[in-house]
Design a protein around this ligand. Structure first.
Ligand SMILES: Cc1cc2nc3c(=O)[nH]c(=O)nc-3n(C[C@H](O)[C@H](O)[C@H](O)COP(=O)(O)OP(=O)(O)OC[C@H]3O[C@@H](n4cnc5c(N)ncnc54)[C@H](O)[C@@H]3O)c2cc1C
Length: 428
């Protein structure tokens, strides 16, 4: 691959497919991988896993096993130069085009690879490119390779009880003390915190200027004295998120990411990486149209006019999602940076998951509330209870609508009364 930095796409597809055929198995932990994944529609009912979970309902040991499998797979890809196909070479990427990255993603999606893990995605898709963009030379030397390879895992310490959609309202405080900063405050909904070594922290360093201007970003080691992580149990089971408390936590200035007061720009860059990823065509968690249609047939509901109407709606939604992802991929190939249009993909996906929930409820009825061990029935409760989470994560549906209205359609912006008011004087 190194001989020709821009192989033509057909050759590239053949090369990566050959590599995947050889390597997808052994690296991801036995049962998690091997042959190309048989599409669900081609499998007989009752065969293989019936999981349609949006979030895993797992013990700590099971969660760690999935993380380890993702790490091993990422490191195998990185050794072969496939972990960051579209990244520039100075970041340790292959320096190829977005189109080459898209081809690799398509080929990889045809294989059974480790199931998704939020902390893994946050590390390699959000924090790693943020460090590449804003890190000093020393920070890049120290962190970029381990983050890209997921040898070091890092979570996203943004949201707080009083700051989610309005992230710039956050009040976790970092105060300078010589060469160190002292952090006090609380974060919440931090995905994967118990297994992370570091967190990308946005903290308030100057309360005397308007809220967007007094923020600074840090990479905070989570093993420091004064860091307390309390997992939160979800209604779908599992503990994907945590509260993270900081009490007089001291971090060196060398772990500051970007300039003092420039934390909003760092946060926006990370959120930009998150939105462009959410609108992409990668495999998504939760149930699919094929799985739902198979359940309707199996449970004798496919002849019901209302179920048929619902299935048709879900099919249309799935098709629109695919077309929208293709449009985003084509824009990336044409060299357009991800823009506010990414919100359309995110919103279309969460609306689709909500429709799937409604039709699954109609198809399965009481089977959704009692686990009788029947294959392909109660498993849907993990879609139904997990799907609402993604209507909130990475910017809620309402926030995506605001972005589309203001930045895609050019409608008038929401009134923002606090734009020029020092954070200290805001009513909270
Ligand atoms: C699955 C999941 C994973 C997450 N992972 C992380 C993580 O790793 N790190 C992290 O920092 N955070 C994480 N979060 C938190 C997430 O970013 C926030 O929950 C989200 O930004 C919404 O903020 P909030 O919960 O404070 O809700 P709020 O902002 O309080 O919103 C409450 C309601 O008001 C609506 N609303 C708010 N403002 C407006 C407006 N201007 N116009 C119209 N409606 C509005 C919202 O849409 C919502 O319905 C995660 C959340 C979820 C669900």
């Amino acid at each position: 691959m190194a001989d020709n930095p821009f192989p033509d796409l057909d050759t590239w597809r053949k090369t990566v497919r050959g590599w995947l055929e050889q390597h997808a198995d052994s690296r991801s932990g036995g049962q998690l991988s091997s042959r190309p994944g048989a599409p669900f529609a081609d499998r007989p009912w009752g065969e293989g896993s019936d999981s349609v979970a949006v979030f895993h309902n797992l013990s700590t040991a099971e969660e760690l096993a999935i993380l380890r499998a993702n790490q091993a797979w990422q490191q195998a890809k990185d050794d072969a130069g496939y972990a960051a196909v579209g990244w520039p070479q100075e970041w340790g990427g292959a320096g190829l085009s977005a189109e080459h990255a898209q081809v690799f993603a398509e080929e990889e999606a045809a294989f059974v690879t480790p199931p998704g893990a939020e902390l893994f995605s946050v590390t390699v898709r959000l924090v790693a490119p943020t460090v590449a963009t804003f890190g000093t030379a020393e920070q890049q030397d120290r962190f970029l390779r381990p983050l890209r390879r997921a040898e070091v895992l890092a979570c996203q310490l943004f949201s707080e009880p009083g700051a989610g959609s309005d992230l710039a309202n956050l009040s976790c405080r970092a105060v300078r003390d010589g060469d160190e900063w002292v952090v006090n405050g609380q974060k919440v909904w931090t995905s994967g915190a118990p297994h992370a070594a570091f967190g990308e922290l946005i903290a308030r360093t100057d309360p005397d200027v308007p809220k967007h201007r007094g923020l600074t970003a840090f990479l905070v080691p989570l093993d420091r004295p004064g860091v307390e992580i309390r997992p939160i149990r979800q209604m779908s089971g599992g503990t994907s998120f945590s509260e993270v408390f900081f009490s007089d936590v001291r971090i060196p200035d060398g772990l500051r990411l970007g300039e003092i007061g420039d934390g909003w720009r760092v946060a926006l860059a990370t959120l930009g990486f998150e939105r462009s990823h959410a609108g992409s065509s990668r495999r998504r968690p939760g149930g699919s149209w094929e799985q739902l249609a198979a359940a309707a047939r199996h449970f004798g509901r496919a002849g019901d006019p209302s179920v048929r109407q619902g299935l048709a709606d879900v099919y249309i939604g799935a098709t629109l999602l695919r077309l929208n992802a293709e449009r985003a991929a084509a824009a990336a190939r044409a060299g357009h940076a991800p823009g506010p249009e990414g919100s359309i993909g995110k919103l279309a996906w969460t609306l689709h998951m909500t429709r799937l929930t409604a039709v699954a409820t109609e198809v399965l009825g009481a089977r959704l509330v009692a686990d009788t061990g029947e294959w392909g029935a109660y498993a849907w409760s993990e879609h139904v209870l997990g799907a609402p989470g993604y209507r909130i994560a990475g910017g809620s549906d309402e926030i995506q609508r605001n972005i589309i209205a203001e930045r895609v359609l050019g409608l008038p912006a929401e009134p923002r009364m606090d734009k020029d008011v020092p954070f200290r004087d805001l009513r909270r």
